[in-house]
Design a protein around this ligand. Structure first.
Ligand code: ADP
Ligand code: MG
Length: 232
């Protein structure tokens, strides 16, 4: 199978803090990787490096067999855990910006998503709640027709109905070709989507496995397994 994302001995340091240490793994095309671990374990740092938003201090990262470059912009969609847009923009301003900036932004699909997720795009960002910002952010990301989706804290901070709708959208997107890395603390909600899992602990890979193998071996859901390893 084609390896879409390859990491070898990746290290990330922020001054004296080691956020990631000796991370190596591959993801094949069409696979959905669940990236789990407590706050501060390195999930965001890892996603940012793969997305080309941050540089590894050491090690190698290849996307489609090549070093990360501006070209990735066309096939990577990155959903940040934070929402760092201009507060004086409206949702519609942002949508326009995305449309101008990304050639692969599907405006019609975005319109449908906004309706489905009940997003009022005429509102100023500064007047949106955390959950509303999160939904707008997700709708923008999922409207990019990408090959790789990096989704940080995908449904965290959302109510039950919104989370359920986002999961349905992800299920619709999964077509055996699109590759995704999904980080979330709501493991129970997303575990059925996941093919492979990586559990991080203090910047290192603690466990790397196929979700199904882990479930069969441990006779536990991923969420229960997570509780077992991190609560101890
Ligand atoms: P997670 O997403 O799993 O919560 P992060 O990747 O955000 O983890 O953080 C991993 C570690 O790196 C933490 O110790 C965090 O404090 C540190 N860190 C993250 N970003 C920065 C930064 N920009 N400057 C300094 N330290 C950082
Ligand atoms: Mg994070």
């Amino acid at each position: 199978m084609d390896k879409i994302i390859e990491l070898q001995n990746v290290k990330k340091k922020y001054k004296e803090i080691t956020a990631l240490d000796d991370i190596s793994f591959d993801i094949c095309q069409g696979k959905i990787l669940g990236l789990f671990g407590p706050s501060g374990s390195g999930k965001t740092s890892l996603l940012k490096i793969i997305g080309g938003l941050s540089k590894a201090t050491k090690g190698e990262v290849k996307i489609f067999g090549e070093d990360i470059s501006y070209k990735n912009k066309e096939f990577i969609a990155f959903k940040s855990s934070t929402f760092d847009f201009e507060e004086d923009f409206t949702g519609n301003d942002l949508i326009e910006l995305y449309g101008d900036f990304y050639k692969n932004f599907d405006k019609d699909y975005n319109e449908r998503l906004n309706e489905y997720l009940d997003i009022d795009t005429s509102k100023f960002i500064k007047n949106l709640s955390k959950g509303q910002r999160q939904k707008l952010n997700i709708a923008l990301t999922l409207s990019l027709d990408a090959k790789i989706y990096l989704l940080d804290e995908i449904i965290d901070g959302l109510d039950q109905v919104a989370s359920g709708k986002i999961i349905d959208l992800l299920i619709d997107k999964i077509d055996g070709k699109k590759t995704m890395i999904i980080a979330s603390h709501k493991i129970d909600k997303i575990e059925d989507l996941i093919d492979d899992v990586i559990f991080l602990n203090r910047g290192k890979i603690f466990i790397k496995a196929k979700a199904e193998d882990l479930r069969n071996k441990e006779n536990l859901s991923l969420a229960d397994f997570y509780d077992r390893i991190y609560l101890n």
